[in-house]
Design a protein around this ligand. Sequence first.
Ligand SMILES: [Zn+2]
Ligand SMILES: [Zn+2]
Length: 160
Amino acid sequence: MLSYQDKKALEVKGEDCFLLAECFFDRPFQRPAYLFNQRGKSAGTAHLQRNIIKFNPILYAQNRETFIEQVVAHEVAHLIVYQQYGKVRPHGKEWQYVMQAVFNCPALTTHALDIKDVIGRQFAYQCDCTRHLLSIRRHNKILKGAKYLCKKCTGELKII
Ligand SMILES: [Zn+2]
Ligand SMILES: [Zn+2]
């Protein structure tokens, strides 16, 4: 789905981040493998022990600038933090420090991407207090007999 130029643009940006971190911390960092098969609503994920970064190809195709400006640095920062500080909180002060001081990026933990194409179909349900939108996965479970209760009113969700 992604062209090799698309993939290369992410890897070049990733390498850029690693070089910045190496200059900043004055030490080498191990490079990750980049995969392009992240699914769902996540723009990307960093797998610390396996040293892998996965990018979401659908979201990237629709949000190229945000990926190059923010998402790559966000995920690379997770790997830098793991190699530099070990196991710490995922978006804690070390991660925020790398984002801001090393990458000169805002330390945002959520992204404002257009996700309508990856959410999939949603189904409207009703409890005693409000309306809920459920994914097709939950909807199918309910059709097979699962029950979901509203956390607020504890009423059972019923399809509208
Ligand atoms: Zn993160
Ligand atoms: Zn409710």
